[in-house]
Design a binder for this molecule. Sequence first.
Ligand code: NCD
Length: 318
Amino acid sequence: MPNIQFDADGRLKHFIGIEGLPHHLLFKILDTAQTFINPVDHTIQKVPILRGKTVFNLFFEPSTRTRTTFELAAKRLSADVVNFNMESSSNKKGESLTDLLHNLEAMYADLFVVRHHQSGAAYFIAQHLSPQTRLINAGDGQHEHPTQAMLDMYTIRHYKHDFVPLKVAIVGDIFHSRVARSQIYALSTLGVAEIRVICPKTLSPVGIESMGVKRYHDLTAGLKNVDVVIMLRLQYERMTSALLPSECEYFRCYGLTHKALEHAAKDAIVMHPGPINRGVEIASSVVDSPRAVILQQVSFGIAVRMAVMAMILGLYEQ
Ligand code: NCD
């Protein structure tokens, strides 16, 4: 990707993908996010950083956590937020995407947060914006979901403090996962000791090893001594053919149970970007156990999205 993410002065302008972002910038996002969280009670105060700015949430695909936490993040920064429902827009009346965007820009949009089912949609939209408008990718097809990866990195740093000695396993539908791709770029830039992907052969992207990861098809072998286990959902909406015998069989081979978790390090944490499917990729008892930090990921997502918004609108140090 030619890096249209940066302006002529090398400052982050759009947030489209983690690929190609330097180590210091990823740390800056994590450190900035931390400044928004009260260390005593973990609450997030409202701050006037984006007062007078307008954020448009453009979601062309369903979302719960991501859309809501972006909205909350913008509100905590004192921006005005418009949640644009693409289902009821004149998009359905034949208007092109670029015409729609130019109309929204005419309403003084400063930032678009975009989720789209097509890989590359965020990049395409960013190229058609006027120079002062900013864009954050909230997930494009199977490409990247950079703010999810950053909130995951925040969570890992919160519980494990240092990235360098860590062994991290990403388990499940790697093939269809934009989250896994962004996580792999972030984890390798942050210098973790080992990144493993664990998946059935039918859900394994060709050439994944070239991203610097070790591939496993056996869950217990892949989990051996890992410090962080990241579970992923089966993304049926992106599957074009039957890739698995049954959910029952999938759970038997790849479902995370307490027994499977015994192979990981004693203090390993369990993460999941959500939505979770209990009894499909993860046992209900693991979700509800203290090993799981899944809800903490959601909470950290607000501060991380605040950090990215404040940084790309140029109102915070980079
Ligand atoms: C992920 C997504 O949309 O890519 N979820 C999320 O943003 N919290 C993962 C998924 O849908 O499985």
